[in-house]
Structures are given as structure tokens and as C-alpha cells.
Design a protein around this ligand. Structure first.
Ligand SMILES: Nc1ncnc2c1ncn2[C@@H]1O[C@H](COP(=O)(O)OP(=O)(O)OP(=O)(O)O)[C@@H](O)[C@H]1O
Ligand SMILES: [Mg+2]
Length: 465
């Protein structure tokens, strides 16, 4: 534990309490002392503690209720109980309710300090583990960022220069170009790698919620804030804070963020304690921030703060030579996941993939390959596996999705297309005509007519022969 915490001692015995407090202060802890349940309640309302050292009978509402009930404190607080030999039964119940440890009276101060340090450590690592669990499926490494085009080589050259510094980086690029992958790789190859890579999606939350996500809040800071919350900035201390989709942040939140970046300190919402942080900032946006600044929706001063170094990841269609490379790497990955032995990409299929516009960039390519591997029977992905490749893109911004088909260079017949589409949909729906009709937005009667007209009535039966 690098950082001494804030401790609340709840104990009636003033001499022991004062002695204990003095020793802990000597160890750099910030200590507050109270001698009654009511005072404890007040203290807990006003501040947050990393550790509470308490006489069981003085915990507000009783120990078990305190830990389980509405007075329960946040998961990052350790509770250590002081108990006399006669109250061991009570202690067992309170321990089961989630207390960290107990120490029997009379105790030596050395033993107490050891116990407290251990409890703080355990809580700290439990807290870290919760965040790491969220990260474990994604492996952010530069080796996993595939590309040999000159455009990508330039990006790599820049990244190798800046990863070790503390400079703020803004990653720009269309959706699916790999901004998050790059942000993670920068963090994990930097001297901050052992600390957290903490992500915040600024588009997902607005104003108050985003601010509480970033800066945390004290219990009771606003209606509904029933527990204290440690914000992402605090979690990112000595690590990296990744502000994704920063172009969507409101002007009010931008102002608060700017202050934190300038002063490297802040207060939790509803709190008055100033918290110092040392977090490296990496931001990303698929919007053109210069344009948002012109429209008056993004602060220019904040832009300069976060954009000390700009890393632009070009869209896939501007580095088409990377497409086969990426495709083969995804084929191997999905073949392994799906336990298939598909390993290669036929040159015709590679050529076909290189022609596509890829509005969804690498993510779209990845999805397309996943599907092709799933459908393929051979050891190689051939053009036919990709013929029905289509991407779902948003049209006009009204939220509707429209299918877009890749038309092969030699063209295709509408009748064949309709037939293939109907068969494929029926396959997906296990040949339940009503479900397939729903999927294609036609009535069951029309579907039934088409099945007969296309001679598919016995197709399932034939297929299963
Ligand atoms: N060069 C690459 N090599 C391998 N995988 C890549 C590459 N670029 C992107 N990916 C993969 O494509 C997917 C999309 O990447 P990522 O989430 O980093 O994109 P993004 O730019 O953050 O997209 P968005 O703007 O939509 O959030 C991820 O699964 C990522 O691992
Ligand atoms: Mg992203």
C-alpha cells in the first residue's frame, strides 16, 4: 500500500482510542475519533474512510445491520472490529456480514497496526480485482495491432516515441479503426502499465452522471447517491484514464475536466476534500473535434490540453494492403474459437475484400470474417464464402438500418438473390416460415407463396435426406 488511508475510530474507551490514534497518525494515516454511535453516524455522513476500527456495539444500528443494511458502506472500506472475549458470538455474526477482521482486547499496538495494514491491503486488491476482471478478455498489445501499410507504420513510429512520456494523446479515426486497442496498447507499454487502464465512455453518460463517474461522489451528494463512489480519476491515479468519445461531453463537464487537467486535483461531488491525482489522459473521438469547436460545442482550451499529441488512425479503405493481413489473422482467431481448421484466404477472396468500402473499418471486417469462418466447410475462405457479405450501416441518422450488398463485378440476378435470401433466412429460423417472414418484413401469406413459387416447399426435407 503506497498511500496511507483515512481511518475512523469508533470507541468509548478514550485512553486506548487516543493512544491508537496517535500511533496511526505517526504512520501517516488521517485519523478521526468518535465515542458514540450517533457521532459515528455523523462522521460517516460527512466523509469517506478507507478503514473503520470499531467497537461492535457502537456501530450505528448494530454491527450486522450496519454492514448489511441501508447504512452499509462502500465496498472499498475495510471494517475492523475491536472485541472483548465476552462478545465473540456477536463478532462472528458481524464478520459473516462482511467485516474484514477483528482484534481481541487487550491488544498490543504493533499487532493492531499489522492487522489494519493487512485489511487495507485486502480491500485495496479486492477493489483492483473488480476492475481487472472487466479488462481480462481484452489484450491490449501493440503486437495485436495488425498492419504493415505505410500509413500504419507511421502510426507505430509515432507511438513508439510517445508511449513512454506522460503527454496527453488524442486518438482520432473513424469507428472501428482500433482507437481503443491503440489506447490500451499505449498504456500497457508505458511505465504506468502496472496501474489501471481506466475507461470512461463520455457518450454513454451525461452531465451529472458522467461527472459522478469521473470524479466520484460522497454519500448523499444528490438524490439517489446512497453510497460513496470512487470516481474514475481516482482509480486511474498513476495509471491512464481513457476518455472515449470525448466529443460528446457537455460543455459544463468539459469545464470541470479542464480544471482537473490544469490543477491535477479535484473534489468528489458533494465533498470538500481535495484529492490529488496523477493520471495520464488518452482521449479518443470519431468526430472531427475542430468542427465541433467551430460549432461552439467543444472548448478550444480543453482541446489543446488533451491533444498534445495527435494520433490519427486512417480508415481501412486508405490502407487496403492491410486487409488480407487482418483477414487472415481473424480467420485463424475465429477458426480456433470455432474449432475449425480454416487457416487461409484464397487470393480471389482477398481481392474481393480489398474492393469493399468498409465503412465500419476493422470491426466490420472482423465481423464479416467471423461469419465466413462459421459458414465455411473448407480449410480456405473462398470468394463464395463472402458473396453474401453485407454490412448493416446506419442510414440518414434516423436510427433505421438498411442492408447494403456487395455486388460482385460480374453482377448478379435479382431472382437468384431473392431465392438465396429467403433460403438463408429460413435456415436461420430453422424453417419456421412465420419467423422468417417477420425477419424479412413480409406477411406469412407472402412467405408461404414465395416458398411454393420458388419450389422450396420440400427443401428442408430434401436437405435433411
Ligand atoms: N489493426 C488492428 N489489428 C487487429 N485488430 C484490430 C485492429 N484495429 C482494430 N481491431 C479490432 O477491431 C475492433 C474495433 O476496434 P476498436 O474498438 O479499438 O475501435 P474504435 O476505433 O475504438 O471504434 P469506435 O469508434 O467504434 O469505438 C476490436 O475488436 C479491435 O480489436
Ligand atoms: Mg472505441
Amino acid at each position: 500500500m503506497e498511500q496511507a488511508g483515512r481511518i475512523l475510530i469508533i470507541d468509548r474507551k478514550s485512553r486506548v482510542r487516543q493512544e491508537t490514534a496517535a500511533v496511526l497518525r505517526g504512520l501517516d494515516f488521517q485519523v478521526e475519533e468518535v465515542d458514540s454511535g450517533d457521532q459515528a453516524r455523523m462522521a460517516l455522513k460527512n466523509s469517506a474512510y478507507q478503514l473503520i476500527l470499531a467497537e461492535v456495539s457502537l456501530l450505528p444500528g448494530g454491527g450486522v445491520e450496519f454492514l448489511l443494511g441501508q447504512d452499509a458502506i462502500l465496498s472499498s472500506t475495510a471494517v475492523v472490529l475491536m472485541a472483548s472475549a465476552t462478545s465473540v458470538d456477536d463478532v462472528a455474526a458481524v464478520m459473516r456480514a462482511g467485516a474484514s477482521d477483528f482484534i481481541q482486547r487487550p491488544y498490543g499496538l504493533d499487532e493492531l497496526c499489522l492487522r489494519l495494514e493487512k485489511s487495507l491491503k485486502v480491500r485495496f486488491y479486492e477493489h483492483e480485482l473488480t476492475y481487472l476482471r472487466g479488462e481480462r478478455d481484452i489484450i491490449y498489445r501493440f503486437e495485436n495491432f495488425i498492419g504493415e501499410s505505410s500509413a500504419i507504420k507511421e502510426v507505430f513510429a509515432l507511438l513508439s516515441k510517445v508511449s513512454n512520456s506522460n503527454a496527453s494523446i488524442l486518438i482520432s479515426g473513424e469507428t472501428g479503426t482500433g482507437k481503443e486497442l491503440v489506447a490500451g496498447a499505449i498504456h500497457y507499454s508505458s511505465p504506468r502499465a502496472a496501474k489501471g487502464f481506466i475507461k470512461v465512455n463520455c457518450a454513454a453518460l451525461h452531465d451529472n452522471l458522467l461527472e459522478s463517474e469521473l470524479f466520484g461522489h460522497e454519500k448523499g451528494a444528490y438524490t439517489g447517491a446512497s453510497r460513496q463512489r470512487i470516481g474514475r480519476f481516482e482509480q486511474a491515479d498513476r495509471g491512464t484514464l481513457f476518455l472515449d468519445e470525448i466529443g460528446d461531453m457537455s460543455l459544463g463537464t468539459q469545464a470541470k475536466l479542464l480544471r482537473v487537467l490544469q490543477e491535477k486535483e479535484f473534489e468528489r461531488l458533494g465533498g470538500d476534500k481535495t484529492i490529488k491525482v496523477d493520471a495520464r489522459i488518452i482521449s479518443a473521438s470519431n468526430k472531427d473535434l475542430a468542427k465541433i469547436i467551430q460549432d461552439g460545442d467543444f472548448r478550444e482550451d480543453l482541446f489543446y490540453r488533451i491533444n498534445v499529441i495527435n494520433v490519427h488512425i486512417p480508415p481501412l479503405r486508405e490502407r487496403r494492403e492491410d486487409i488480407p493481413l487482418l483477414a487472415v489473422s481473424f480467420i485463424r482467431k475465429f477458426a480456433a474459437d470455432l474449432k475449425k481448421n480454416t487457416t487461409t484466404l484464397h487470393p480471389d477472396a482477398a481481392g474481393f475484400l480489398k474492393q469493399h468500402h468498409w465503412p465500419g473499418n476493422v470491426r466490420e471486417l472482423q465481423n464479416c470474417i467471423e461469419r465466413a469462418v462459421l459458414m465455411s466447410d473448407g480449410s480456405e475462405i473462398v470468394k463464395e464464402d463472402l458473396l453474401f457479405m453485407r454490412s448493416l450501416i446506419k442510414d440518414g441518422g434516423d436510427g433505421e438500418v438498411a442492408p447494403v450488398f456487395e455486388i460482385p463485378p460480374q453482377g448478379l440476378k435479382l431472382d437468384d438473390m431473392e431465392r438465396a435470401l429467403i433460403i438463408e433466412t429460413l435456415e436461420i429460423c430453422n424453417w419456421v416460415q412465420k419467423d422468417a417472414a417477420d425477419m424479412l418484413g413480409i406477411s406469412k401469406r407472402v412467405m408461404n407463396y414465395k416458398v411454393k413459387q420458388l419450389g422450396l416447399a420440400n427443401a428442408r426435407w430434401l436437405k435433411n435426406k
